[in-house]
Design a protein around this ligand. Structure first.
Ligand code: ATP
Ligand code: MG
Length: 239
């Protein structure tokens, strides 16, 4: 199976090279776990290292904040946006009911989003897409059946365009998918978490599933450094 590098140090090795190309991966975790950082690091790496364009759909944060936070990791998004290597779609302002000066905007609607993604992919040849978060998108849907159908549709369209897609998902009380279906609708699930030990927060990453790839199931410690996410060997977990 063809894989695409995430650029996350320590993770590509565990995955046998990277995420399966053209598949949909769920990155789940509680608030502040590093989901958005994971998504942006994946896109940024594809752009600067592989020349693969990307699209970041932001429902949870204003694009200006996304740009500011990325800059903290040394990722200057303005430059790559100018070159059309990265497109940020503002799903936040329409959702919050405020006006936006962003070039790309989307309402909280899967069909509309798919149409826009297809147009942008056609224009920029994007090969990586991040939707931050699928939870926000699913909140607009009425029932489990619809969520299931819409996520499958999104995933199928992205796959037909050979786009590798990361969906971030809010995790509450240890339950991977808020609506109980997201994890089954995606080809892979990576859980980011943290716990406190002696008042120190320890972050961990766990590949819950990755259809078609041989990978380890153990929990790995990771940290968010000034360069982004870095995953460590398990031995370093117990200190
Ligand atoms: N430059 C940085 N250096 C080190 N750690 C950072 C840096 N920037 C952010 N962090 C850490 O990363 C956390 C946020 O990561 P991120 O926004 O990716 O999480 P998230 O899972 O998307 O959160 P949310 O559920 O709120 O959207 C912060 O709470 C902070 O602990
Ligand atoms: Mg986030």
């Amino acid at each position: 199976m063809e894989v695409v590098e995430t650029g996350i140090i320590g993770l590509d090795g565990i995955l046998g090279g990277g995420l399966p190309k053209g598949r949909t991966i769920l990155v789940a975790g509680p608030a502040g776990a590093g989901k958005s950082t994971f998504g942006m690091q994946f896109l940024y790496h594809g752009i600067v290292s592989g020349g693969e364009s990307g699209i970041f759909v932001s429902f949870d944060e204003h694009p200006e904040h996304v740009r500011e936070e990325a800059l903290n990791f040394g990722w200057n998004l303005n430059d790559i946006e100018k070159d059309n290597l990265l497109v940020i779609i503002d799903g936040f302002s329409p959702r919050a009911g405020v006006s936006s000066e962003e070039e790309y905007q989307t309402p909280v609607d899967v069909d509309e989003l798919i149409t826009q993604l297809v147009e942008i992919i056609d224009k920029t040849s994007a090969e990586r897409v991040v939707i931050d978060s699928i939870t926000a998108l699913a909140l607009s849907m009425t029932d489990e059946q619809q969520i299931r159908k819409q996520i499958l549709k999104l995933s199928a369209v992205m796959s037909s365009l050979e786009c590798t897609t990361v969906l971030t998902s809010e995790m509450r009380s240890g339950v991977v998918s808020r609506f109980g279906v997201e994890e089954f609708m995606s080809q892979g699930v990576i859980v980011l978490n943290y716990e406190y030990r002696n008042n120190v927060a320890i972050r961990s990453m766990n590949i819950r599933k990755m259809r078609g790839l041989k990978h380890e199931m153990s929990e790995r410690p990771f940290s968010i450094t000034p360069n982004g996410i870095e995953v460590y060997a398990s031995e370093q977990f117990y200190f």
